[in-house]
Ligand binder design. Structure first.
Ligand SMILES: [Cu+2]
Length: 241
């Protein structure tokens, strides 16, 4: 027997599932960062969630106060003060603080100004990912398809391009996303530090056609020496992520 949709039980079950999913940390959880860029994003997320919760509690406090005033409908002595403080000053402070934080964090998220140790060319096409592992001269040493191999603790520059439509390269546990645009090379620098022994997964984050949903790839983080040996061998005996 199905309960009618929208019942309290359904809502409670959905809330519990969401809460559990948040704790369990899937392979694409932005709240389970495995590198500096993702850490900066997660910290911003918690900051915004905390700030939003504080503002919500403040407003709810006012609501409860207003309800408890009961029949005492005496007008505020200076209502303009509340409007100026709550409608102008508070949002201005909150938004300026957020802008400053976001600006200070953006370098960490994009890896701008950081010296990359390696370069990997990311080629997106309907509906697969190709990864080309380059040496310092730009020669392709190894390739992998729908599976990405990274050296732990080393900064990698991803040169992201597309062969057909716009895709988006995203490994939530490592950092932000960057679009793969035909005719352009977009750069993103990411480092995989500690994956905590939990799997990482990347996903195309831009609807790119009917098979878009299957455009995902596993990410395997290897010890640097192991990764180098794998790359030097042409990526032949690739351990499956
Ligand atoms: Cu795609």
């Amino acid at each position: 027997m199905r309960r009618p949709a929208g019942s309290f039980h359904d809502a409670a079950a959905i809330a519990a599932a969401l809460a559990l999913a948040g704790c369990r940390h899937g392979p694409q959880s932005t709240l389970d960062p495995a590198g500096p860029a993702a850490e900066a994003i997660a910290r911003t997320w918690w900051l915004m969630a905390g700030g939003a919760a504080a503002i919500w509690l403040l407003v709810m406090g006012f609501v409860v106060y207003a309800l408890l005033r009961g029949r005492n409908t005496r007008a505020l002595r200076e209502p303009q003060r509340l409007i100026v403080a709550g409608g102008l000053v508070l949002p201005t402070i909150a938004l300026v603080a957020l802008l400053a934080w976001g600006t200070a964090t953006s370098g960490r998220v994009t890896g701008l100004g950081q010296r990359p140790d390696h370069a990997i060319e990311v080629v997106a096409r309907q509906w697969a990912w190709e990864f080309r592992y380059l040496d310092d001269a730009g020669t392709v040493l190894a390739r992998s398809f729908d599976a990405l191999y990274l050296p732990r603790g080393e900064m990698v520059e991803f040169r992201v391009l597309s062969e057909d439509v716009v895709h988006s390269f995203w490994i939530p546990r490592l950092g932000g996303k960057v679009d793969a645009v035909p005719g352009r090379v977009n750069l993103l620098r990411l480092r995989a530090d500690d994956d905590g022994g939990r799997p990482l997964r990347g996903q195309c984050a831009e609807f790119c056609g009917l098979e878009h949903t299957r455009m995902a790839f596993g990410v395997q983080v290897l010890a640097p020496a192991e990764w180098r040996a794998w790359r030097e061998a042409g990526g032949a005996q690739a351990p499956a992520p």
